[in-house]
Ligand binder design. Sequence first.
Ligand code: SF4
Ligand code: SF4
Length: 81
Amino acid sequence: MFSVGGVVSRSNNKFRVNVIVDRCKECGLCIFICPTKVLVRSGVMNRYGYYPPDPVFIDKCVGCKLCEYVCPDFAIFIEKV
Ligand code: SF4
Ligand code: SF4
């Protein structure tokens, strides 16, 4: 994991999941919709008092981008590695 400029990122050998932590309002939609259960609620609060997702199980990410599409706050996005 690395954190640069308020973005927490984890990658496997194909995809990188990036979370812009201060945009997250902890709605949980991304965690719910991820088909392979990559995301878990972080234990680290953002500056507004919400707990963003953390792609802890990044090895299971298949790059489907459902988390990115569902986020109402544009707080999570996927890149190909
Ligand atoms: S891209 Fe798909 S598999 Fe990867 S974290 Fe997002 S919803 Fe889960
Ligand atoms: S969908 Fe967006 S706002 Fe909701 S918990 Fe995930 S990152 Fe946060």
